[in-house]
Design a protein around this ligand. Structure first.
Ligand code: DQA
Length: 147
């Protein structure tokens, strides 16, 4: 049986749906999880879907995925732009990684344009809202199958 795909979400994404809906949309993280679980079932994949506000926890989960997962979809939220430690954890992983952002980080404040995490990612999807996660899962399913 294929190992699960880890979908990891960083700080403040628990507030999706309430937090700046004009930027991040009205879907909650639970809506996103449900849609992805339905999609994964169709693809014959299993998911581990998590969110944390703590950098260390996110790093621990990346290390868990390194042993237990077949791929990672990560929205590191604010840690995208600040965390060398998260990048280092991702660089230690030998399974495909896709970075997702709901908003288009390139058309926002200058400090959001730089991502540490992109250095470890096979691909980046941003600006497509909740849909970005589904597109990432589709692409990752392909990558995992080809390995
Ligand atoms: C985000 C973009 C980040 O800049 C921001 O800090 C977030 C969410 C996104 O999904 O658009 O918290 O990762």
């Amino acid at each position: 049986m294929t190992k699960p795909i880890y979908i990891l979400n960083g700080p403040n994404l628990n507030l999706l749906g309430e937090r700046e809906p004009e930027v991040y949309g009205t879907d909650t993280l639970d809506d996103i999880r449900r849609a992805l679980e339905a999609q994964a079932e169709g693809l014959g994949l299993t998911l581990v879907f998590r969110q944390t506000n703590a950098e260390g926890q996110l790093i621990d989960w990346v290390q868990e995925a390194r042993d237990e997962g077949s791929g990672i979809i990560i929205n590191p939220a604010g840690l995208t732009h600040s965390s060398v430690a998260l990048l280092d954890a991702l660089l230690a992983v030998d399974i495909p990684i896709i970075e997702v952002h709901l908003s288009n980080i390139h058309r926002r404040e200058r400090f959001r344009r730089f991502s540490y995490v992109s250095r470890a990612a096979a691909g980046v999807i941003c600006g497509l809202g909740a849909r970005g996660y589904g597109l990432a899962l589709e692409a990752l399913a392909d990558m995992v199958e080809k390995r």
